[in-house]
Design a protein around this ligand. Structure first.
Ligand code: 5RP
Length: 218
């Protein structure tokens, strides 16, 4: 039997490698989730003068506790770098994100960054993306949105900080681009967890105690 994969160690390795990409004076987007949680301490320990934006109240709290300067995203209109986890990474660079329900803020932050760095353990790269795909839905007219989309299940999760209802799209799909376009065009969908390759600068994968850059084919 192969040795058991140490997921926490892999997350830490990817997160620590990404912390080294941040330079003094940068504006930095901080993602959400257990992998990003491993980023905050090494980043704070570098003692850089940086301004951060957080994608969730949980990340904001944790970052502030470590002494990182977290600002409102009302005060910055671009970021030098954003670092975040993912639930699935396809070889062509498409991502599924939003396991923590923060995908709308995460996408806004990733899109605002010159460089978006994805940090994952070795269980996240997949041959093909599969459901669930996270959704944030408007509470107004929710039943009609659910009826129109079909194959959506509401998640047992609190609303997003922006008041959106968190749900999952569950139907199998083959073309992420087509599904992303369909979800983006659906009235009532605030945002979805499919992130296109154009948004992704690089993916750092923890393998054992090392971080390796994933070669993207897209
Ligand atoms: C939160 C996210 C996370 O980045 C994603 O779910 C991965 O989480 P983790 O690092 O805990 O595996 O998109 O909305």
């Amino acid at each position: 039997m192969p040795p058991e994969r140490d997921t926490e160690r892999e997350k830490r390795a990817a997160a620590e490698a990404s912390a080294l990409l941040v330079e003094d004076g940068m504006t930095v987007g901080l993602g959400t989730g257990s992998t990003v949680a491993f980023l905050l301490a090494p980043l704070a320990a570098r003692g850089l003068s940086i301004r951060c934006v957080a994608t969730s109240p949980a990340t904001e709290r944790a970052a502030r506790e470590l002494g990182l300067r977290v600002e409102s995203f009302d005060d910055l209109d671009r970021l030098d770098i954003a670092i975040d986890g993912a639930d699935q990474v396809a070889a062509d660079g498409w991502l599924v994100k939003g396991g923590g329900g923060a995908h709308v803020r995460e996408k806004i932050v990733a899109a605002a960054a010159d460089r978006f760095v994805v940090i994952v353990d070795s269980g996240k790269p997949v041959a093909k993306l599969s459901p669930p795909v996270s959704l944030e839905l408007s509470s107004f007219g929710l039943p009609s949105t659910l009826r129109a989309l079909a194959d959506v299940e509401l998640r047992d999760a609190p609303p997003s900080p922006d008041g959106g209802v968190i749900a999952d799209y569950l139907a199998p799909f083959t073309a992420p681009e087509a599904l992303a376009a369909r979800l983006a065009a659906a009235p009532g969908v605030v945002g979805h967890g499919l992130f296109p390759p154009e948004m992704v600068g690089e993916v750092l994968v923890g393998r054992g105690s090392e971080a390796q850059a994933l070669e993207l084919t897209g």
